[in-house]
Write a protein that binds this ligand. Structure first.
Ligand code: PLP
Length: 427
């Protein structure tokens, strides 16, 4: 990491506009707050491409068409390719009504940690429902997917243990490993052979963590081989299904169902903020595992239980997910349609195998100018740069929804290709 230089001279000797968020992580100044000062000078003077991520916000619900304001300019009715909502459930009338009912019955908050007074009947119903869908003994809810990862990983691994993580795993997995103080080893992305080598090279009790669908690339884990390698090396396996649960598999039970390895995976983790359009995280697994996680997952134990209207809405969202398998069918049709449209324009969408479709730009400044122009032309996409991906690997991330119409997807693909061509990203 390049240090932020505290002296005026040092500051001038660097090209201010060539800096990005990676330059403001450490400071060499006397005062801890030196870094804030430098960051705010930089962010005021040098907005990459004239765009400020934190000055863009939505003015309507995250439907497939969305009103957005960016730097005080309104962009009404953009084609929204930026929100998770993979099954279009967050704004379904039945879901909103169920959330209202829970709000009327229980009020806004659970007003307690699940360990104390915060566990309401609907929280337990939601845990049971998740366990039934995942085919496990039980499940435990967390306030978010992020807190599920940090809570579960730090509860299960300790100093002396080894956690092996795919290099492209989400920040919450990495943060969970840091919090556990176990030895953390990264293996090459989707490379079971490299994983096997690292398992052999490291002594201790081992936990391997992969994602079902990788959140910034949309490719899937080679789970059959990973399961095999874990078995051969006596390692426990955790799969984060944030982007694959409720989408993959015949019944939508996730990537573990897709590969037929439900029984071989020890820890099934997921979030309710993506396909379910709500918020909250969960871990599903054996009764012993869940019983242990309750008192030892500090991010759950020492945090307020999920808000009742969210839980009420989620119970309805899960009911719709079960009753309407056509949502998943439509989603997959849309995924294949959009991938083909973009590939026909030669847009680089990496190795996407899912509803997460990257549009590779690999220019950490130009991407912001392109983002603004996409909005001007009616398409909403977020620039994704460091720290969400490595520097010079910037991209847009398309999130496909079952609710998108193919007509709008076609228009969006055309606009994307046109703008990328204008900026020399496409020949
Ligand atoms: C793989 C993965 N795990 C966990 C999370 C965190 O989930 P949440 O946003 O619900 O906290 C995300 C969110 O982007 C993710 O992509």
């Amino acid at each position: 990491m390049i240090e932020s230089n505290s002296s005026e001279e040092g500051k001038k000797s660097e090209k201010w506009e060539d800096r990005d968020l990676s330059h403001f992580v450490y400071t060499s100044g006397e005062d801890l707050f030196d870094i804030h000062t430098h960051f705010s000078e930089w962010s005021k003077e040098s907005k990459p491409g004239g765009y400020d991520l934190y000055e863009a916000y939505g003015k309507s619900s995250p439907k497939t068409e969305m009103d957005v304001v960016a730097q005080l300019k309104s962009y009404p009715k953009l084609i929204n390719l930026a929100s998770y909502n993979y099954l279009g459930l967050s704004y379904r009338t039945e879901v909103i009504e169920a959330a209202k009912e829970a709000l009327n019955k229980y009020g806004l908050g659970a007003a307690g940690s699940p360990y104390l007074s915060g566990m309401l009947e609907i929280h337990r119903l939601l845990e049971k429902k998740l366990a039934a869908i995942k085919g496990t003994d039980d499940a435990i809810l967390f306030p978010t997917g992020y807190s599920a990862n940090i809570g579960a990983i730090s509860a299960l691994a300790n100093p002396g243990d080894v956690i092996l993580i795919d290099t492209l795993a989400h920040a919450s997995i990495v943060d969970g490993a840091i919090l556990s103080r176990a030895k953390t080893v990264f293996f090459r992305h989707n490379d079971p052979k490299n994983l096997a080598q690292k398992l052999l090279r490291n002594e201790g009790r081992k936990l391997v963590i992969v994602e079902g669908v990788y959140s910034m690339d949309g490719d899937i884990a080679p789970l059959l081989d990973i399961v095999e390698v874990c078995k051969e090396n006596n390692a426990r396996l955790m799969v984060d299904e944030a982007h694959s649960a409720f989408i993959f598999g015949e019944q939508g039970r996730g990537i573990v169902e897709h590969f037929g390895v439900e029984e071989e995976v020890d820890i099934h983790l997921g979030t309710l903020s993506k396909s379910m359009g709500g918020m909250g995280g969960y871990v599903a697994g054996s009764q012993k595992l869940i019983d242990y996680l309750r008192p030892y997952s500090r991010s759950q134990l020492f945090s307020c239980a999920l808000s009742p209207p969210v839980v009420g809405g989620l119970l309805k969202a899960l009911e719709i997910f079960e009753k309407e398998p056509e949502l998943r069918i439509r989603l997959w049709e849309n995924v294949h349609f959009m991938q083909e449209e973009l590939r026909n324009y030669n847009v680089d969408i990496g190795e996407s195998q899912s509803q997460v479709i990257p549009v590779m730009i690999k220019d950490d400044v130009k991407i912001f100018t392109i983002a603004k122009e996409l909005m001007e032309k009616g398409v909403f996409l977020n620039p994704i740069c460091y720290p969400a991906v490595k520097r010079h690997k910037s991209r847009f991330r398309i999130s496909i929804s079952a609710a998108h119409s193919q007509e709008k997807l076609k228009t969006a693909a055309e606009v994307i290709a046109k703008v990328l061509r204008q900026h020399g990203v496409l020949s």
